[in-house]
Design a protein around this ligand. Structure first.
Ligand SMILES: [Zn+2]
Ligand SMILES: [Zn+2]
Length: 116
């Protein structure tokens, strides 16, 4: 068997901690009925993209996603904080799919993007 040299992939340093936080967020926020209801409610009340660049440019575009202004991941593994941030209506922003991608690219926050 030949030995294959594999370079160390630095980007996988995204630690077990991140993965843990991520799965807590999914378990306590995204995979709940309350989140589904809240997200629909938010999109119903604010059907247009509310991201700063659309607002500034007065672009009218339908929103499909709901973004958390303060990322839930900042709560770490504190479940109470995760729920508080996740379900805080004031922490929500209706965004179009493209704007959502842009926002997360800027935040370098890939985690929460797997949202719905
Ligand atoms: Zn936008
Ligand atoms: Zn988001």
């Amino acid at each position: 068997m030949p030995t294959i040299f594999r370079p160390v992939k630095k980007q996988y340093k995204r630690t077990t901690e991140t993965i843990k936080t991520n799965s807590l967020i999914h378990r306590h926020v995204y995979n709940t009925v309350s989140w589904r209801v809240l997200r629909i409610e938010k999109l119903k009340n604010s059907p247009l993209c509310e991201c700063p660049s659309c607002k500034t440019a007065k672009i009218v575009i339908l929103a499909h996603d709901v973004h958390h202004i303060i990322p839930i991941s900042t709560a770490g593994d504190n479940v109470e904080k995760i729920k508080a941030l996740g379900f805080a209506y004031d922490n929500l922003m209706s965004v179009s799919r493209d704007c959502h991608k842009k926002i997360h690219a800027e935040l370098k926050e890939k985690i929460e993007y797997l949202n719905w």
